[in-house]
Design a protein around this ligand. Structure first.
Ligand SMILES: [Zn+2]
Length: 446
């Protein structure tokens, strides 16, 4: 839809008809490109401080800017120390200083033993809390059980802050792994890995989380939903008004188990990517509003930790690197489903800007072209077709299952609070480039 977006002092002041340009305004004409509200990615592992060799603020926020993401919300692991105490949060803030190309906020961590840190972290402005119901991969980020959850929800009740949960329980996983090992399963096979993280682990965890959200009337957010078998439970909970929200990730919407090569551990994440029918059911749930958010879960590690030479899914580190690719990936996928149109663009805005902004308490400021909101703008060419190669990846380690993917749509420019931070067409030697010094700010939820 042709329009004019009026920006004043870094904020949107109005959206008007295309030919209603005030005579005193400085005009930027983007032709036929699409303007989208800056994306809000509520699931990113920046890993700095402590594991900056995995990923840091500089590279993560550059990747974000290049992908049209103007707000990141950082997960409380795999940095060191984990963001589970006010002093760790202070170190996170110090580490970010002067490095962020885009705005950012942070989730605090809920682990066994840090219940007394929740209120001080909330007072310091974290956006909410993240916990695991199964081993997190990081020994110092201990998973929580139902008793821990009850204590935490008692503390959070009435605060408005959401509790985010990695929704897998360990019982079905432990049994599955025992059975696989007993029959000598081949851990190079992707089918072995999928069998080791059964749907039931997600279904049981989500059942528990729904019961608790209902009982405590406190918002719980399911991160990275993979199993479509949990959708009936979630649909029922939402119909009953239980305060539960759901996210899935581009990789669950793009890849399917049938296509993942054995030994290709760059595809390892937990829960795993399941079959094509499961993927299509996730698309259906997005369309029906049972899933609210598409977030990247960008979770990199040094390439050696993927142990690609051995190709064993049980030994490789889990986590998909994708920051900056979500917009063209989801747009391409929408196009294949007959939604490569204005309706599809509106869905992108809902799933990747407005709903995640709401989860992080940033509604009104981020995620939509409302007057008074920050003028965070993606200039998007919806038609260019391209193939992902390492040179398109701006995060630290150029290892990603998306290399070779054929996508449609490309970010031309990204604007943060009324000025560009990224442009593909800058008159400098590098084809793609970042504009100006890092001026991303921390967004504190108070
Ligand atoms: Zn994650």
């Amino acid at each position: 839809m042709p329009a004019t977006l009026l920006v004043d002092a870094g904020r949107i002041s109005a959206v008007r008809a295309w030919d209603e340009v005030p005579s005193e305004a400085l005009l930027h004409d983007f032709g036929d490109y699409v303007l989208l509200p800056g994306l809000v990615d509520t699931h990113v592992h920046i890993n700095e401080p402590g594991r900056t060799e995995w990923e840091g603020f500089t590279t993560a926020t550059q990747a974000a800017a290049a992908g049209g993401v103007t707000t990141l919300v950082d997960m409380p692991l795999n940095c060191k120390p984990e963001t589970t105490t006010p002093s760790a949060l202070e170190r996170k803030r110090a580490a970010a200083r002067g490095k962020a190309m885009v705005d950012w906020a942070t989730w605090g961590g809920l682990v066994r033993g840090n219940i007394e840190a929740l209120a001080p972290l909330a007072a310091e402005g974290v956006a909410g809390f993240k916990c695991f119901l199964v081993h997190s991969g990081i020994d110092t980020f201990a998973w929580v059980d139902e008793a821990n959850l009850r204590t935490a929800l008692t503390s959070l009740r009435g605060s408005g802050l959401p509790l985010l949960a990695h929704a897998e329980v360990c019982g079905p996983i432990t049994s599955a792994i025992e059975a696989l090992n007993k029959r000598g399963a081949d851990w190079r096979k992707y089918s072995t890995y999928v069998a080791s993280r059964p749907d039931q682990a997600e279904v049981e965890a989500i059942g528990l989380l729904i019961r608790l959200a209902d009982e405590f009337r406190t918002p719980i957010h399911i991160v990275h939903l993979s199993s479509a078998q949990a959708l009936p439970l979630l649909a029922d909970a939402r119909a009953r008004g239980v305060p539960v929200t759901v996210e899935t990730c581009p990789h669950y919407l793009w890849f399917a188990a049938e296509d993942i090569p054995d030994g290709a551990t760059e595809f390892k994440c937990a829960p795993p990517m399941r079959g094509a029918a499961n993927r299509e059911a996730l698309w259906g749930a997005l369309a029906d509003g049972i899933i609210d958010i598409v977030a990247s879960d960008h979770s990199p590690c040094p390439p050696a930790m993927k142990r690609r030479d051995e190709g064993r899914w049980d030994l490789a580190w889990g986590g998909i690197s994708s920051l900056g690719l979500a917009l063209p990936v989801i747009w391409t996928a929408l196009g294949r489903r007959g939604l490569g149109s204005v309706a599809g663009l509106q869905l992108l805005g809902r799933w990747m800007s407005a709903a995640p902004a709401r989860l992080a308490g940033l509604q009104g400021r981020k995620g939509a072209f409302n007057s008074g909101a920050d003028a965070d703008i993606v200039v998007f060419d919806p038609d260019t077709e391209w193939t992902v190669s390492k040179r398109h990846l701006h995060f630290r380690h150029k290892l990603s299952p998306y290399i070779g993917a054929q996508l449609r749509g490309q970010v031309q420019e990204t604007w943060l609070r009324g000025a560009p931070v990224y442009t593909r067409c800058a008159p400098v030697v590098k084809e793609e480039c970042f504009v100006g010094d890092p001026r991303g700010a921390e967004l504190v939820r108070l």
